[in-house]
Design a protein around this ligand. Sequence first.
Ligand code: GLA
Length: 341
Amino acid sequence: MIRAWAPGRVNLIGDHTDHTGGLVLPMAIDLGTMVSGTRGGDVVELRSPIEPEPAIVPLDLADPAAVSPGWARYVAGVVAELRPTVGFSGSVRTTVPVRAGLSSSAALEVAVALALGFDGRAIDLARLGQRAEHRASGVPCGIMDQLASAGGVVGHALRIDCTSLAVQPVPLPDDLEVVVVDSGQRRELATSAYAERAAACQAAQASIGPLREATLADLDCLTDEVVRRRARHVVTENARVDQLATALTTGDRSSVADAMAASHRSLREDFEVSTQVLDELVDRLTSLDGVIGARLTGAGFGGCTVGLVETGALLPDDLTSWRIVPSAGAHLLDEGEGPQQ
Ligand code: GLA
């Protein structure tokens, strides 16, 4: 029996920066996806207790986006990228809430790739998962979700430079905890809105070069007001990733709070991916005792917020929240072994 585990991820800061080679600070979380089963045959067949229909994917399939049901497309994307020579039969179980912005699809892609026999570096596993996601969903996502899932480090966030793909683990201080709160709003229109935002960033790069190297002064050359605001989010957000990574290392709580507040504001006003529900939740969280900072996390348009709180701080009972343990990246499990957290 093969058992492959891949975690979801939460991003502390650095949203909508990965698709222009920017900086991000995600971590692998202790919610994840397990693919268990045996190799054999010439299809990949997986069942999931939360899906009415199984994923049945022939090894020689042509177009992952044409597969149904919808969740099987992610399995098909991995099959199309990995092209295993032997099939697989088994089950998928996940503790990552689906469509909540915690990368349930990346966890599925990465776990399926390991179960089907991918053997190599975390970065190559992440690239394969990213290509599978492009093929399955058509969303032109960056590398953050798959790389956080494949390359997580226990007790650490990961500062990822999405140009060089260098990963630098940043330890989380003992006196802070990461709390994710579900807004309850499921992501809507995320595919087209994400692609539109990514296209605006590409338009900015076509006139002023890589946003990763741009300064605020460079943005004055952008004549389209919307493109300029999108680009301003990216340029300022890249700087905030290093601000937060440094503030975590030096224990500067007011800088942690400032970076997170400015990130949420920029995602709301310049990148326009927040919602009223997310804004109200962030306001409520930041007014609570023991909450240092909070912001929306991931693509936006609903989903979750991430907060840094004093260890042991209590949140109101009416919130659906998880205290996150920064966890190891995807791996195969031995008989009787649990995931590394
Ligand atoms: C989604 C994408 C990522 C990243 C985030 C926003 O999760 O899959 O690549 O762009 O949105 O930071």
